[in-house]
Every structure is written in structure tokens, then in C-alpha cells.
Design a protein around this ligand. Structure first.
Ligand code: ATP
Length: 215
């Protein structure tokens, strides 16, 4: 899609949030929305929203606003063809929130597009990322065509959630829990145990200090 190349990255990054609110509106039976209403809901300013939408070729009509259904089907296509890789994050605790803040955006085309939890953050937007209830996991992962997930939940929840992710079609899991989760063939797990990494470093420093000085 030619127009795709012209969409600025900052605009593309706001797309999942627009998509989320439009899905919500459609479910509620709302057919149209103004940029001012969208601004209120997403906390982006209305001028930014109008400019973003103009990149998508969606021009709101004065006194009418935007057609929710038309925007949704267009966004679904753009999300699908976007060069950005959308990743899900499960578990918005301390580590999860740090990763949401970090969000990989400076140096790469990957970003966390949706986060999930069972805690009080559900329904909020943190660091520009919508937080969904776990009951929406499968639906959102499929709708946003996400096939990579980051796991920052308590260890005892890791296997159950991994099974749900696999069921939803996820093909890659970055596992920050100490549990070695089981997955079927065709699904890849990358384990990142930060405590373990630091412990390994401490061990080397304590035991091989003289060798590693390089002198
Ligand atoms: P961290 O371990 O990242 O420092 P924390 O100490 O704040 O976080 P944990 O108990 O490790 O909290 O849980 C991490 C996050 O995982 C929390 O936000 C918690 O609500 C969430 N969580 C716990 N169980 C589930 C579950 N079954 N599904 C989704 N999220 C869960």
C-alpha cells in the first residue's frame, strides 16, 4: 500500500489506541464520533487526531465527525500492513510498567500495542498503551494480529497464561518469569531472568575477580 509509507511513525503508534476506542464505540452501537470526543477519550489533542486521520485519507465531515465503521475497517487494514511489529505485554506490575515506559520505540520498529492484567490498571492507558482485562486477551490478540507476547506475571501464573497465548495464536514469548514454560512445536520462548543474570554476574565477579581484571 503506497499511502502506508507516508504515515509518520508517531501517527502509526497512536493507531492501536484509536482502534481500541473505535472498537469500544462500535460495540456500544455508536456510528459516528467527532475529533473532540476522540480527543477526550484518548487524551491526544483534537488537531493531532485530525492530522493523523488525514494521513489515512479519512476526512471528517463538519458537523458529522467520522464514521466509526469505516474508520475501523480501514485501521484494521493499516494495522495489518503496518511495518511496526505489535507486541502484547501480560502483567502490568513493576517490571511490566517499566517495559511499557521503555516500549522499544527509539531504536526499532517494535512496540507494545496492548497490555493485559487483572489489576486496577484495566481500562487505563499507561505510557500510551491500552490496558485490557485478561478476558479480552484472545479477542484483542487476534484483532490486532499480535503474534509476540512479553510475560511479566507472577511465576505461578506463567504456564496458564502461556497456554492461553498459544491458543490465541501467539508464536513467540519473551518470558521474564523464572518458570521454564512449556510450549508446543512452532512456538519459541526467549527466557529473560534478570535476577539470574545479575546473580551470574555477581558470581563471576566474586570468584574470578583477579582473572577478569584483564591485567
Ligand atoms: P513485578 O513482579 O513485575 O515487579 P509486582 O511485584 O507489582 O510486579 P507481581 O505479583 O509480580 O507484581 O505481578 C505482576 C503483574 O501481573 C501484576 O500487575 C498482577 O496484577 C499481574 N497478574 C497476576 N496474575 C495475573 C493473571 N492471572 N493474569 C494477568 N495478570 C496477572
Amino acid at each position: 500500500m503506497d499511502e502506508q509509507a507516508k504515515i509518520p511513525r508517531a501517527t502509526a503508534k497512536r493507531l492501536p489506541i484509536y482502534y481500541r476506542y473505535l472498537t469500544f464505540l462500535e460495540d456500544a452501537g455508536t456510528h459516528r464520533i467527532s475529533s473532540a470526543e476522540l480527543a477526550e477519550a484518548t487524551k491526544f489533542d483534537a488537531a493531532t487526531i485530525r492530522r493523523d486521520f488525514s494521513y489515512f485519507g479519512a476526512l471528517g465531515k463538519r458537523g458529522y465527525g467520522y464514521d466509526v465503521k469505516a474508520l475501523l475497517s480501514f485501521f484494521a487494514k493499516v494495522l495489518d500492513q503496518s511495518s511496526l511489529i505489535n507486541v502484547a505485554l501480560i502483567g502490568v506490575g513493576h517490571l511490566g510498567q517499566a517495559l511499557l515506559n521503555f516500549n522499544f520505540h527509539q531504536s526499532s520498529n517494535m512496540r507494545i500495542a496492548a497490555a493485559f492484567d487483572i489489576n486496577e490498571h484495566r481500562g487505563k492507558i499507561l505510557s500510551g498503551v491500552p490496558i485490557y482485562d485478561m478476558s479480552e486477551l484472545e479477542e484483542q490478540i487476534r484483532a490486532q494480529r499480535i503474534n509476540i507476547a512479553i510475560l511479566t506475571v507472577p511465576q505461578e501464573e506463567a504456564q496458564g497464561i502461556t497456554d492461553k497465548l498459544v491458543e490465541a495464536g501467539v508464536k513467540g514469548i519473551m518470558n521474564f518469569t523464572p518458570l521454564r514454560v512449556s510450549v508446543p512445536d512452532g512456538v519459541r520462548v526467549q527466557n529473560v531472568d534478570l535476577t539470574n543474570e545479575l546473580q551470574t554476574l555477581v558470581y563471576f565477579i566474586q570468584n574470578y575477580a583477579t582473572i577478569t581484571t584483564g591485567k
